[in-house]
Design a protein around this ligand. Sequence first.
Ligand code: MG
Length: 229
Amino acid sequence: MSLSAPPLLLFDIDGTLMRKAGPHHRQVLVDAVKHVTGLATATEQIPVQGMLDRDILAWMLRDAGASATFIKRVMPGVVQHAQALYTECCPDLRQKVCPGVRPLLRRITLRGLKAGLVTGNLSAIGWKKVESAGLKSHFSFGAFAEQGKDRATLAARAIAQARRNKWITRHSVIVLFGDHENDILAAKANGIRSVAVATGLSQPAALSRLQPDFLLPDLRNCPLEEILS
Ligand SMILES: [Mg+2]
């Protein structure tokens, strides 16, 4: 690894850094919609894994009979309220951290490597989750649900931010760690390396079909040197 081309490590949150942080997250989406619109909605019917929060909210509202115009109008208020609610109710997530994540992040930080978040979470929700899991100090930046229409766009934003700040050069190895098919697709769309981890709900066979550069059962003994070489 060349010091003149420092690597960049990007991480999805749910299913990758932590598991089962979902219930409070789902509840604040429902509560925020109710507060802003008065509509009763649900998330149980939605395959939320790998989705962006705004897309989940739009789906919830559509299922409750809302029109596209109405959804567009209320979305900013719902998004703002959901984030405020989550920062108040987020539980301690230290026990939800996936195997191997802490040692890997410590290695990354000790080596002075740059790590960022690329997640479908709204920004205040994503930051609160990593804070409550005791992982926040390892991340200096991120791209979140409100900053793009899909994960590929979010990854592109994170990379662009790293370029602007001269954290990376065009020779840098950039890696996206994620637990979902959409993470692999986002990495491929940006021409960066993908590390798929089978710690989320996606089956290893389904991840394997998309041919990630690395497919790991979890992040214990993560072959970081090999991934960055
Ligand atoms: Mg995920």
